[in-house]
Write a protein that binds this ligand. Structure first.
Ligand SMILES: Cc1cc2nc3c(=O)[nH]c(=O)nc-3n(C[C@H](O)[C@H](O)[C@H](O)COP(=O)(O)O)c2cc1C
Length: 331
């Protein structure tokens, strides 16, 4: 029997993926998450393939062994089928195990240039772009899409176009471009995609704790889970989901969090000053603070801190958060 595309672990835990997150999900973040563990695969933030792109130079941004042995898929975004195909080939030559085509980026600048979620307005073009990549490479190609541009009227046309292009699976973030992040993700559309398609579907959107992960699996029947913001808010969520399936509870303590931030600092580029390092940690903490009312309340104080020494900053943050003692981050 052939191996499933998105295999479960020995305890029945579904395939878990770290979402692409431009700006936040940089190599330092991915390497830190690899040190924490718990997920099966990660995807880079989009590599934009504009008109006249020099694909050889662009492809150098991708390091296939960045978080080895965890596989790292390369995400590309553009609308010129030939250039996208050339980019796919270049990345495959650099060792990419999978190419993911971005059909979800809501940025107006990107959309005006015909890429990202605007492809969802034109299923024929979506097919041409993705099919060109599929035909150009021997490795699997997937897409990550939103549920539509202005609305979901072309949802099933887009699913059909994607499936016909020869991709291996779809990752669905079920919000339209117009929704932004305002409305909750429509998990019913993940269930609809799963019912409609023969290829696997990875569910994405608004998983913030173990209960959400279980609910998405149960309500949609999806084949794998992708998590973005929920991991920034709780870097131990993958481990907690996996522990749930193995029947061993995992509750992080403050030392785990501080270790996580220390690893993150150590993975940042060498040329950053101590202050810049603290600022990068603040960027993650700003999102982390969304995980509870208690932390949200403390966020302004943390962001305003003037420490440049990471140790002093962490000591300050601990007094501010007192997070695990208060149980604020439990699911
Ligand atoms: C800061 C940020 C950057 C993102 N960058 C990308 C990206 O480069 N490519 C992509 O496909 N999705 C990107 N996304 C969307 C996420 O991958 C994901 O689909 C979305 O946040 C919903 O999942 P979540 O609720 O688990 O975060 C980004 C999201 C955020 C918050």
């Amino acid at each position: 029997m052939s191996k499933p595309v998105l295999p479960k672990d020995g305890n029945g835990c579904p395939y878990l993926q770290l979402a692409p997150m431009e700006g936040v999900g940089d190599p330092a973040f991915r390497k830190t998450m690899a040190a924490v563990g718990g997920f099966d695969e990660a995807v880079t933030a989009f590599i934009r393939v504009p008109e006249n792109a020099h694909v050889q130079s662009l492809a150098k941004r991708y390091q296939s062994n960045e978080i080895a042995p965890i596989p790292l898929a390369a995400q590309i975004m553009g609308s010129d089928p030939d250039l996208m195909a050339a980019m796919g080939q270049e990345l495959a030559q650099r060792g990419a195990l999978r190419i993911d085509v971005n059909c979800g980026c809501p940025s107006n600048i990107v959309n005006r240039r015909g890429a990202g979620s605007v492809l969802l307005k034109n299923p024929d073009l979506l097919f041409k772009v993705v099919n060109a990549v599929v035909k150009a490479v021997a490795i699997p190609v997937t897409i990550k899409m939103r549920s539509g541009f202005d609305d979901t009227s072309l949802f099933f046309e887009n699913l059909s176009a994607a499936a016909a292009s020869g991709i291996q699976y779809i990752t669905l973030h079920p919000r339209t471009k117009s929704d932004g992040y305002r409305r909750p993700a429509r998990w019913d559309l993940i269930a609809a995609a799963k019912e409609f398609l023969k290829i696997p579907v990875v569910g994405n959107g608004d998983i913030r704790n173990v209960a959400d992960a279980l609910k998405m699996l149960q309500n949609t029947g999806c084949d794998g889970l992708m998590i973005g913001r929920g991991i920034v808010m709780n870097p131990f969520l993958f481990l907690q989901i996996r522990s749930h399936f193995s029947g061993t509870a995992f509750q992080p303590v403050w030392e785990d969090l501080i270790r996580y931030f220390r690893v993150y600092i150590s993975k940042l580029a060498d040329d950053l000053s101590p202050k810049q390092r603290v600022n990068k940690v603040k960027q993650l903490l700003a999102l982390y603070c969304n995980s509870s009312e208690h932390l949200l309340h403390k966020r302004p104080e943390i962001l305003a801190a003037q420490h440049t020494d990471p140790d002093e900053f962490f000591a300050f943050v601990q007094t501010c958060l007192n997070v695990y003692e208060s149980g604020a981050n439990r699911d």
